[in-house]
Design a protein around this ligand. Sequence first.
Ligand SMILES: Nc1nc2c(ncn2[C@@H]2O[C@H](COP(=O)(O)OP(=O)(O)OP(=O)(O)O)[C@@H](O)[C@H]2O)c(=O)[nH]1
Length: 204
Amino acid sequence: MSMEDYDYLFKIVLIGNAGVGKTCLVRRFTQGLFPPGQGATIGVDFMIKTVEIKGEKVKLQIWDTAGQERFRSITQSYYRSANALILTYDITCEDSFRCLPEWLREIEQYANTTVVTILVGNKIDLVEKREVMRQRAEEFANSQSMLYLETSAKESDNVEKLFLDLACELIRDAKQNTLDNNDTANAMPGEGKTISYLGCCSTN
Ligand SMILES: Nc1nc2c(ncn2[C@@H]2O[C@H](COP(=O)(O)OP(=O)(O)OP(=O)(O)O)[C@@H](O)[C@H]2O)c(=O)[nH]1
């Protein structure tokens, strides 16, 4: 290993309407808590968490952007260097789902073409208030080649899975790129192990 204390560094950016729970998802994952009375994010916030996946240290830089329209020009500048985007909506808020095509246009315009995007329906603890059916969201995600996951930052449902699955996907991409960029003569011993990583994270 190098001087750095990690094997991989990935940048993950959360986007989506105001109030859907982006900050709460990040704080649940990085600090293990559900903040009471979480206020709106101003501009962009930033947290780091290092996780270990199959013996490799993965440093996640997590950027939490403000959903409010007035911050859009600031948040757009964070798309470009993102390895992954977590596009979040609130399953109890039809409006936040209806805005997704608008967010996808932002992604198309500002993000890297290789970015991994996952659609997240948050607040599944509010069962009675659900306005967006799971199947509908899944179909939408499929149609846009996005992964899909439902979470509750409050109850901690699927939050760990969200970030770990993303990290696995990014590792897989990184290993694949290394393979693609090296002809066989230059391949490092053990590179072939990439294959055995496929599907390593489908924990469900
Ligand atoms: N019941 C429930 N409430 C949640 C959940 N996640 C967030 N909330 C609540 O939703 C509100 C908004 O949460 P935030 O995390 O600030 O939302 P945000 O998307 O970061 O909002 P902006 O910073 O304005 O873009 C807060 O009152 C949270 O307590 C959840 O999983 N379940």
